[in-house]
Design a protein around this ligand. Structure first.
Ligand SMILES: [Ca+2]
Length: 171
C-alpha cells in the first residue's frame, strides 16, 4: 500500500499530540481541544450512523488510510454496519506540483478534503470500486490540512486512500 510517508515525503504530521494513543471511548461529551501538532498518525473519530451521526470513540489512528474491516468494524463502540469515520490531520508534500488522489476499492462511501477543498466526493453506498481521481497542487515543505470521511452501510467495509505524483510515480 502507499502511505502518506511514502507518497508525500518523509514527514507525516497529525494535528494531535503523541500523548493521545489508541482509541478512547467518548462518553457523550465533546472532545477536548486538540493539543499542539506532534507525532504521527491521523486523528480518527468513530460514529454510529452513516453520516457522522453519533460520536462514540476517538483517538490517533497510526494505521494510516488503508483499512479492510471485512464484515467487522473499526472499534466495538460503533458496531459492524452503519458506522462512519472521520480522519483529520496534516500532511507535508515532498514535491511541488499537482498530486493526484483516489480511493481504491472503497466500500462504501468516501470523501476527501485537502486544505478545506473537497476533491473527492463518493458519498454513496456501493460495492468496492475506485473513486474518481481528485487533484491538489501542493508546495514542497508546506503543511496541508487533510480530512477523510468514510461510511459503511452493510456487509464489507474497506477504504484505501492512494496518492500519486505523476512526475515520479503513479498509482
Ligand atoms: Ca459495505
Amino acid at each position: 500500500m502507499l502511505s502518506i510517508v511514502e507518497a508525500l515525503g518523509q514527514v507525516y504530521d497529525a494535528g494531535y499530540a503523541l500523548g493521545v494513543t489508541g482509541v478512547v471511548a467518548v462518553p457523550g461529551q465533546p472532545l477536548p481541544p486538540p493539543p499542539p501538532p506532534a507525532g504521527n498518525g491521523l486523528y480518527a473519530r468513530y460514529y454510529v450512523g452513516t453520516n457522522l451521526d453519533e460520536l462514540k470513540a476517538a483517538g490517533v489512528d497510526e494505521q494510516g488510510l488503508s483499512h479492510d474491516w471485512l464484515l467487522g468494524g473499526p472499534v466495538p463502540a460503533v458496531g459492524t454496519d452503519q458506522f462512519s469515520v472521520r480522519w483529520t490531520g496534516q500532511v507535508r508534500a515532498e514535491h511541488s506540483g499537482e498530486y493526484q488522489f483516489r480511493f481504491h476499492n472503497s466500500d462504501d462511501g468516501v470523501r476527501l478534503r485537502v486544505n478545506g477543498v473537497t476533491i473527492i466526493d463518493d458519498w454513496t453506498a456501493h460495492a468496492p470500486r475506485d473513486s474518481a481521481v481528485g487533484t491538489a497542487t501542493l508546495a514542497a515543505g508546506q503543511l496541508y490540512d487533510i480530512e477523510v470521511d468514510y461510511f459503511d452501510d452493510t456487509l464489507g467495509a474497506r477504504m484505501e486512500l492512494q496518492w500519486a505524483f505523476p512526475p515520479t510515480h503513479g498509482f
